[in-house]
Design a protein around this ligand. Sequence first.
Ligand code: ZN
Length: 313
Amino acid sequence: MSFPAKVRIREVAPRDGFQSIEHCLPTPTKLKIIETIAKSGIRDIEVTSFVSPKAVPQLSDGAELVGMVPRQGLVLSALVANVVGAKNALTAGVDELVVVISATEEHNRANLRRSIGESVSGLDEIFSVAREKGVRVNGAIAVSFGCPYQGEVSETEVFRLAEAYASRGATRVIMADTTGMAIPPQVAEMVLRFQTAFPDVELGLHLHNNRGTAMTNLYVGLLSGVCTFDTALGGIGGCPYVPRAAGNLATEDVVYMLEQLGVETGIDLMTTIRAARVLEKILGYQLPGQVMKSGPRDPKSAAALIGSGPCSR
Ligand code: ZN
């Protein structure tokens, strides 16, 4: 078995996670969490989205937040769905855009209030305004592996969107398992197909854990040579337009596994676990992350962090 020597983790808790929390977190609280995340060595952070504040009021402070985050080598990205959002994100000063289109009409209409065709026809302008500012564009494909409304998703449609992004010069294409419906052989097949069709385009995977398969899907992606993964501190996250949405893979769980596999992430596990525990305290309820509860492998470090106690069986 061989794994990539190094992978990039894109932290999406401030966008995917905070949008799934019912109440709006105060901007200074968001800033505190982002600063805590940044201390772990994570460089790529999806900090917010620039979409309708009516649809996602939790992220309506995006411009203010982007202006407040100290850069210190961070790459701040924001999710956008149209050129208005793209322009607002660029004015706020993000380093990268993440444009999202769903692979099914039903989800695109529920999530973005427009057809796939309308979303695609807006891409030229988005890429053009980003290019003018020298800002990179990621192309995300929501519900790439399964749709909460339609069920099965046409691979042809996924690859048509990948082509739409790649042909316009996307920095990377991100296939999102928005619904946690992906299974490992499907991930392996889609990754291989992508690598064959777009050998020069970076592929990222964004994996939700609705059905407990996300870490296995990540492992398969890793074995297939994928070097970029979206994760969220504490395993928070979820699309507002996916019924019973579950969180993303927890950053600290992924960092733990990659460290054990000898894959470099540039991220410090202990600091990430501490950050997840700070986040849990702020949110005031138990988060789905596992390593933040059990700690690292070294018993002394685990006891120092989590506290020692009798082993439960
Ligand atoms: Zn997501």
